[in-house]
Design a protein around this ligand. Structure first.
Ligand code: PLP
Length: 439
């Protein structure tokens, strides 16, 4: 009997007893290969000695001091490091406890920026249909996950939503990638004009779409076009890198590969790599300067923002990524894993697409490869696959979702950056057994 309201309130999951490297062991001694980093969180695997040591040292020095009274070295050093490693003037950092809190922060900071810029009429965001930005009400409002939104729709602000950049589903037969990209950008421009350019606070998107579509990277030039339109019509560009940021795509920030500089970047998951709950917003300097010169107050705040132990953990994670050259490792191992997956599933009748960036990889499952027809949602394939994988000692992140009104299934893989080629091969082999048993 458990008193916790679990994710599935009818079922108590296995009890994680200990974890090391890319393996978690439950109380009954069963082991699970962490092929999804939880939910693209555990980038350094489990029990990394450097991160544990940094946390222990911080706890011994100062476990907590409220940010209304104090700052702390760990938070200051983390912010300085994030600022130094981010391109351009993206050098202002707001530290919170996770991705949803960070998204709420970005939305409110963007709104307050325009208020203080003398443009109070800017009251809406433009977002995309296939997206997830968090489960709190503001983040849910800009997100496009119909299933998660539906029960709470009456509580959510309505924002205009455009098509995602999702080539596998969205590009028509015979249409070139460039033409597809141009059509998407036209749709964004139309949405801006329909809303009234001077009414829009900003455009919100995941640089690489994570959980709702399964590691969908943008087409070449898509974000350069988005940035151009944001500049032309005065919108802030808010990129959600909660899942794809902090090295998971092979560069520290996924947007670096798109050749754009966003105005606000939302971080979580890999920032603390699971060692502590932590999220962050990175803002370009003029945005925060506007508040400094204006009201002098950002009307936001959380009890655990800038938490010393969380900041110390995240700082240690950053140091390990740099010292051990893990960004390069992500690129190499990501390519290796994609190669293994293509060899195993390239001709699989129910694997329609294998895609991703770095070690954020998605497999889209289809009933029919030619027509790309999805499976019947009544099969609840994602739940069945997850159980089958766990029974084989494999943690993967399968999701069923709505793709522009239609159901679709995919599996997300996001193993820790430290996974060896042998471990990636074992992941592929257990995944093959899992799919063999379920499809
Ligand atoms: N944004 C993206 C892209 C995410 O993938 C998630 C979580 O899955 C969030 C925001 C919300 O983060 P959190 O679950 O830490 O609140």
């Amino acid at each position: 009997m458990s008193h916790i309201i679990h994710r599935n309130p009818r079922r108590v999951p296995p009890v994680a007893a200990h974890a090391t490297g890319i393996t978690i062991t439950d109380r009954d001694g069963r082991t699970y290969l962490d092929a999804s980093g939880g939910a693209a969180v555990s980038s350094l695997g489990h029990a990394h000695p450097d991160v544990l040591a940094a946390m222990h040292a911080q706890i011994d020095r100062n476990a907590y001091a409220h940010t209304a009274f104090f700052t702390c070295d760990a938070a200051e050093q983390l912010a300085a490091r994030l600022a130094a490693d981010a391109p351009g003037d993206l050098d202002q950092v707001y530290l919170v406890s996770g991705g949803s809190e960070a998204m709420e922060t970005a939305l409110k900071l963007a709104r307050q920026y325009w208020l203080e810029a003398g443009q109070p009429q800017r009251t809406t965001f433009i977002a995309r249909r296939q997206s997830y930005h968090g489960n709190t009400l503001g983040a849910l409002a800009v997100g496009g996950n119909a299933w998660r939104r539906q029960p709470f729709a009456p509580l959510l602000i309505e924002v205009p939503r455009i098509s995602p950049c999702y080539e596998y589903r969205g590009r028509a037969d015979g249409q070139s990638t460039d033409d597809y990209t141009a059509a998407l950008l036209q749709e964004l421009e139309d949405a801006i004009l329909a809303a009234g350019a001077d009414k829009v606070i900003g455009f919100v998107a995941e640089t690489v779409v994570g959980a709702t579509a399964g590691a969908v990277p943008p087409t070449p030039g898509y974000f350069r076009g988005v940035r151009r339109l944001c500049d032309q019509y005065g919108l802030l560009l808010i990129l959600d890198e909660v899942m794809c940021g902090m090295g998971r795509s092979g560069t520290l920030y996924a947007f670096e590969q798109e050749g754009v500089l966003p105005d606000l970047v939302v971080l979580g998951k890999g920032l603390g790599a699971g060692y502590q709950p932590i999220g962050a917003v990175l803002a370009r300097a003029p945005i925060v300067q506007r508040l400094r010169d204006g009201s002098g107050a950002f009307l936001h705040g959380h009890t655990y923002m800038g938490h010393p132990v969380a900041a110390a953990a995240a700082l240690a994670v950053q140091k390990v990524i740099q010292r051990d050259c893990l960004l390069g490792a992500v690129t190499v191992r990501g390519a290796a894993l994609r190669r293994m997956l293509r060899e195993a599933f390239g001709n699989h009748p129910h694997v329609g697409d294998i895609r991703g960036r770095g070690l954020l990889i998605g497999l889209e499952l289809v009933a029919d490869r030619d027509s790309k027809a999805p499976f019947d949602p009544a099969r609840r394939l994602h739940a069945v696959i997850k159980d089958e994988a766990m029974a084989r000692g494999l943690m993967i992140y399968p999701m069923g979702g709505t793709i522009d009104g239609r159901h679709g299934d995919h599996i997300l893989l996001a193993p820790p950056f430290i996974a060896t080629e042998a471990e990636l091969a074992e992941i592929t082999s257990r995944l093959a057994d899992t799919l063999h048993a379920t499809l």
